[in-house]
Design a protein around this ligand. Structure first.
Ligand SMILES: NC(=O)C1=CN([C@@H]2O[C@H](COP(=O)(O)OP(=O)(O)OC[C@H]3O[C@@H](n4cnc5c(N)ncnc54)[C@H](O)[C@@H]3O)[C@@H](O)[C@H]2O)[C@@H](O)CC1
Ligand SMILES: Nc1ncnc2c1ncn2[C@@H]1O[C@H](COP(=O)(O)OP(=O)(O)O)[C@@H](O)[C@H]1O
Ligand SMILES: [K+]
Length: 495
């Protein structure tokens, strides 16, 4: 699992480590690692470091210092290094090291033929937005040069991933001591490129993180345990209230997502038209057709969790369905039409004790939070903050969909999903996701694990089926890929 820490926490840890070490030690650790990564990239690009051309964009702080010391190491290895100062000052030690090693200082015009650029404009001390001279220098960097951001791509807010105006777009970001939230969340994540984490010894001084990213190896221990003696009820039963005469496909997609994640049983409850479709596609689902007034969802039988909302119309019938489901003392995933019902009547969450997972995209969250026009954009630019705010306000786990899916718990924890891919931006893929999360909830996972593991598996399934070239997929393709996305490790699953 990867952890991220905000700037204030990183600074405090750095101060604690620096108090125990000779001055400059941390910067030398950072610069050595940075030079190693840059050297590797140069060898891949031009075959060697000797004679390669390196540009350094140097701001006035320690971020520029890191870049200059790394540049000195590259110059000693024979690279032709030119530094372009962009601030009022230049880190004095770094400046001397570079010139002693044979590097030079120049202007933005000297960047015209560089193979690789180190972005040392600003790091964790940067305020969002770059100054005009930095923007002008960036324009002089050849389009095909390899760009390596030092600690953070300059212009990206390290705590939030926000970008205001121009920001560096890096191929690789070499980050020191801890991941910063802004490297993991779009738009910052997109600017960071591949992230190389460098351990500079802050670990013992960092607190328990509130922001984490799951990795493949975290999954087996976080999946429902499949006991050798399990029967279908012990594995878990999911109730699905989805679809309407107008949106029949959502019901089929959601049920498919749940069945393919692995579950004891799915009970589908809905109107005649989606019910017929579900029965036809998924004979294994147990289907209850509701009368037109949608009374008595609970009569369908006992379940360990519900999904309510995909393809539901937010009319009186939709309201009655969501109200009945949320009144039951089991975990519930609310998606799509269910979120529209909630946006109009937030009192449906009053008095709920069992866990609730809300799965809005930015537009749905803007309506849930009753934001003025433009709210959707605001959310997309501040994804982390809004996911946390919504989780706090609704007392629910909130999975904010989109380019970087963020899962926030009411206790303030966040997991950022690393497996998302834009091929998922296709109608119906969200319906499949709600089924996946529902199955994990019914299997006994906590709301936070079910939502974050669900997003992880959903993204991985999309990657598997679409392949490295990002071939287009449709939502039903995810069904076939889901079992392959779920790691089966006998030792962790009690076979
Ligand atoms: N503190 C430490 O122990 C370590 C810090 N390291 C490096 O030091 C960096 C932090 O250094 P600093 O605290 O000096 O801060 P930065 O170098 O990130 O930036 C601060 C300087 O940039 C200027 N600035 C801020 N926003 C700007 C903007 N939008 N456009 C142009 N200039 C802007 C400020 O006036 C200030 O002079 C880290 O990101 C990392 O690269 C590493 O050497 C590892 C150890
Ligand atoms: N650019 C993107 N990168 C990664 N994932 C994306 C992107 N755009 C959308 N997604 C994912 O695709 C799914 C779309 O869900 P949703 O908006 O509910 O669509 P629908 O309602 O049509 O099923 C979500 O899981 C979302 O996070
Ligand atoms: K930087």
């Amino acid at each position: 699992m990867r952890h991220a820490h905000p700037v204030a926490v990183v600074r405090a840890a750095e101060a604690a480590v620096m108090a125990r070490l000779p001055a400059g030690t941390l910067m030398q650790r950072a610069a050595a690692a940075l030079a190693a990564v840059a050297g590797r990239l140069l060898r891949r690009r031009v075959g060697r470091v000797y004679g390669a051309r390196v540009g350094i964009l140097v701001g006035s702080g320690d971020n520029g210092g890191d870049a200059l010391f790394a540049g000195a190491r590259l110059a000693r290895a024979g690279a032709r290094v030119v530094a372009v100062p962009l601030g009022a000052r230049v880190h004095a030690g770094g400046r001397d090291a570079l010139t002693d090693a044979g590097g030079s200082f120049g202007s933005a015009a000297d960047l015209a033929d560089v193979d690789l650029v180190l972005d040392g404009i600003v790091g964790i001390g940067g305020r969002p937005g770059l100054r005009p001279e930095a923007v002008a220098a960036l324009r002089r960097v050849p389009a095909d040069a390899t760009v390596v951001a030092v600690d953070v791509p300059s212009g990206v807010d390290p705590d939030t991933g926000e970008v205001c105006g121009t920001a560096v777009r890096a191929d690789v970001t070499v980050t020191f001591g801890a991941f910063k939230p802004g490297l993991l969340i779009d738009p910052g994540a997109e600017h960071a490129g591949r992230i190389e984490y460098v351990d500079i010894g802050l670990g013992p001084f960092l607190p328990t993180p509130w922001l984490t990213v799951l990795d493949d190896e975290d999954l087996p221990a976080r999946l429902p345990r499949l006991a050798r003696t399990a029967d279908k009820y012990q594995r878990g039963v999911l109730g699905v209230v989805a679809g309407s005469p107008r949106y029949t496909g959502a019901a089929v997609l959601t049920v498919g997502g749940a069945l393919r994640t692995g579950i004891g049983m799915v009970r589908f409850v809905g109107a005649a038209e989606p019910a017929d479709r579900v029965r036809a596609r998924w004979p294994e689902a147990v289907v209850t057709v509701l009368p037109d007034d949608a009374r008595d969802v609970a009569a369908a039988g006992r379940v360990q969790a519900w999904v309510v909302g995909p393809g539901l119309e937010p009319d009186d019938v939709g309201h009655a369905l969501v109200a009945q489901v949320l009144a039951m003392p089991v975990p519930v995933v609310v998606d799509a039409g269910g979120l529209a019902v909630l946006a109009a009547d937030r009192s449906l969450l009053d008095g709920r004790r069992a866990p609730t997972v809300l799965t809005p995209h930015a537009g749905e969250l803007a309506r849930l939070l009753r934001m003025p026009p433009g709210g959707r954009r605001d959310i997309e630019e501040h994804r982390l903050a809004f996911a946390r705010r919504a989780a706090d306000e609704f007392g629910a786990t909130v999975l904010l969909k989109g380019t970087t899916t963020c899962v926030a718990s009411p206790s303030g924890l966040v997991r950022v999903n690393p497996t998302g891919t834009p091929v998922l931006a296709t109608a119906g893929s969200g319906d499949v996701l709600s089924g996946v999360i529902g199955a994990l909830l019914a299997g006994g996972l906590s709301a936070f694990d079910a939502a974050s593991v669900g997003a992880y598996l959903h993204g991985l399934a999309a990657q598997l089926v679409s392949g490295p070239a990002g071939r287009p997929i449709s939502a039903t393709d995810l069904w076939a890929a889901l079992p392959d996305a779920i790691p089966g490790r006998p030792d962790s699953r009690e076979w």
